[in-house]
Design a protein around this ligand. Sequence first.
Ligand code: R5P
Length: 323
Amino acid sequence: MMSDLIVFSGSANRPLAQGICQWLKIPLGEALVGRFKNGETRIKIEQNVRNMDVFVIQPTSNPSDHHIMELLIMIDALRRASAARITAVIPYYGYAKQEKKTAGREPISAKLVANLITTAGADRVVALDLHAPAIQGFFDIPVDNLTAIPILADELMETEGQDHIVVVSPDAGGVARAYDFRNRVGAGFALIAKHRPEPDTNEVLEMVGDVEGKTAVIVDDMISTGGTLAEAAYMLIERGARQVMAYAVHPVFAGDAMERIHHSMLDRVVVTNTIEVPPEFRDGKVQVLDISALIAQAIRRIHEGSSVSALFEAMRYRQEQLI
Ligand code: R5P
């Protein structure tokens, strides 16, 4: 059954793709992924894919436009090379924050990207902690939206235990995600109401919940500029939290995010490797958890036609138990 499974990678996060292949015990598919001298993306699939079940790993992280083009062109090449089925595995979905119009004459870029991926020839999509779960509905092909929340919650249980923990959602939009995390660790819950006057800025408004003398654990889907976390941490310390940690899935780390994090009140920041984190960003404060086993297991289940949602039914699990 596994013989016709093949995994390719764009250039966005090859270490993650290699990790996934190690769990699956298959070599990474051979493909040329580069650029022509004029700057255009150049892809060449270097092995036979006829009638094969193909998965392409490509988070559409910064530079998002380039990584999206690589993904689209790779899907096109695979379709023209007669792959039986092509699954776009997008651990971080770029443009996800542009999923609705917030003012007149704005685009819905997340929908446009979904259209492009479908038109290129993808048969299905695997994503992970989509910023807005409704993005699944932007596709008319199957989408599995995996979550790394159990892995993040597990890490907290192993390092801190559940005593004196309050899980904090840094905005109203993240309540369901933070609540899921909270249910897994069995802690208290608080919510910060955040207002964003304009893109990439934020202004904390109010907080509901008690963090006095507690370890506040902020749970979010992504860290972009780091502004949300820095502001939230400041407010939590002001409200009497003993220490503040952050658990987020996607380390976007835009601009001077790392500097902002290091100068913030945060004691510890835990992220995953959906986006490649440069070694210089990993230090005493920032820790990166590997989610390759989770994605490998989802790929295996899709390939074998078994349930993907069953993966998340267990309250807690270790990555080694996934495979
Ligand atoms: C917002 O809705 C998201 O869930 C994150 O809170 C946000 O994207 C983080 O962005 P930044 O790090 O730039 O504040």
